[in-house]
Design a protein. Structure first.
Lengths: 120, 108
């Protein structure tokens, strides 16, 4: 069974960089899937941040593209998110998720989510 | 960017009733790339429907999806107590993915 687990600091200072890692277990990272980050601000809806393929190819939400970097570490079977120049508006629960190509990129597996607060 | 609009914002129904949720896109979406998710408080979203009408593994057959082009529907034939939640539609196109704002199904 595929499992995803986010980790990283729960508190980031304004103008700093948010860094999260998603550990993937039960699935090969080199399988035909895209690996995404999605966030949800308190009481709000879901916002897609971006995705990465095991080859390193990435796609980002245009609204965040200038501040986002998603990378993959195949040796550790994980992928990471960096979001720079954060503000209070970046306070959210951050989820990592798997987009399955055979299911037309639908997200079939999600991490439990990790709350990140941007505050001094 | 394709914008998804969901209606109604809130749907108040009783257990056993039928729920019909709408997702409308600002431009045509390939049916293959339209999905529905259920989210309960404090939990991650759960995939219900992919490809507009295919149920994900383990999803009861009271959940069904339909639609094409710009209009899609999620139907819950008979609401069970565990179905009261928020439902999101999602589309993927041109390497850009967007979610709708969600429909909350609550107990009347």
């Amino acid at each position: 069974q595929v499992q995803l687990q986010e980790s990283g600091p729960g508190l980031v200072k304004p103008s700093g960089t948010l860094s999260l890692t998603c550990a993937v277990s039960g699935a090969s990272f080199t399988s035909s899937n895209w690996w995404s980050w999605v966030r949800q601000s308190p009481g709000k809806g879901l916002e897609w941040i971006g995705e990465i393929y095991h080859s390193g190819t990435t796609n980002y939400n245009p609204s965040l593209k200038s501040r986002v970097t998603i990378s993959v570490d195949k040796s550790k079977n994980n992928f990471s998110l960096k979001l720079s120049s954060v503000t209070a508006a970046d306070t959210a629960v951050y989820y990592c998720t798997r987009g399955v190509i055979a299911m037309f990129y639908a997200f079939d597996t999600w991490g439990q989510g990790t709350m990140v607060t941007v505050s001094s | 960017e394709i914008v998804l609009t969901q209606s109604p914002g809130t749907l108040s129904l009783s257990p056993g009733e039928r729920a019909t949720l709408s997702c409308r896109a600002s431009q045509s979406v390939s049916s293959s790339f339209l999905a529905w998710y259920q989210q309960k408080p404090g939990q991650a979203p759960r995939l219900l429907i992919f490809g507009a009408s295919s149920r994900a593994t383990g999803i009861p057959d009271r959940f069904s999806g339909s639609g094409s082009g710009t209009d899609f529907t999620l139907t819950i034939s008979r609401l069970e107590p565990e179905d009261f939640a928020v439902y999101y539609c999602q589309q993927y196109g041109s390497s850009l993915l967007t979610f709708g704002p969600g429909t909350k199904v609550d107990i009347k």
